[in-house]
Design a protein around this ligand. Structure first.
Ligand SMILES: [Ca+2]
Ligand SMILES: [Ca+2]
Length: 199
């Protein structure tokens, strides 16, 4: 009887130690997905202070391919020219899903070319996604009075770039050229800028 008792205790202890380790749920890079939505093209994202442009669609699953609900997901940007209104983060729903809206603009005062930044998405210390993109924004000026709002100073930059032939221009919002006479910043880009006016 005593021997059986010790065997039982030993079994419980062994299981007690092994079970939590085996069942601990951690985000799996292979089973999770991070997708850009509303990109301008494959290499270019657009951000706006009101968050109505490109965003990240994230689904977190663990090593057993089970959705991880209620976990914090964060996105960070290493480009010095990215000006966020607020941290980009969110908590997953019961399906392990969260949309990370990006509220922010860029500082394009250094030159006409657009800015490039790395994007990293993490959950519970696990990096789910890491990649570079070119970032466009109608909020191109972060000068005093223009921080994270699309207003006159941003329009001033757009006006300087108007009818530019520079394909990589900060004001080439649709990433298309040859709109009329071969220029890259034209009426369609103005329409996009106007749609974000005072955002
Ligand atoms: Ca601005
Ligand atoms: Ca264009």
């Amino acid at each position: 009887m005593t021997k059986l008792f010790y065997i039982a205790i030993a079994t419980v202890v062994a299981l007690g130690l092994a079970v939590p380790a085996a069942w601990a749920s951690v985000p799996s890079v292979d089973n999770s997905t991070v997708l850009w939505v509303n990109l301008v093209n494959d290499t270019t994202a657009m951000i706006c202070p009101t968050g109505d442009a490109s965003y990240l669609d994230v689904t977190v699953k663990d090593q057993f391919n089970a959705p991880m609900a209620g976990v914090l997901v964060e996105a960070s940007f290493d480009g010095a020219e990215i000006y966020l209104v607020s941290p980009v983060s969110g908590t997953t729903d019961i399906s392990g899903h969260v949309n990370l809206m990006i509220y922010g603009g860029t500082d394009n005062s250094a030159g006409e070319q657009t800015v490039t930044s790395g994007t990293e998405v993490t959950c519970l210390g696990v990096t789910l996604y890491s990649n570079d993109k070119d970032f466009l924004s109608p909020d191109m000026s972060q000068a005093p009075g223009s921080e994270n709002v699309v207003e006159a100073l941003d329009y001033g930059i757009f006006a300087v770039d108007w009818l530019s032939f520079e394909e990589g221009s900060r004001s080439n919002f649709n990433r298309l050229c040859n709109e009329a006479g071969g220029e890259c910043v034209g009426g369609l880009d103005y329409s996009i800028f106007a749609a974000h006016w005072l955002h």
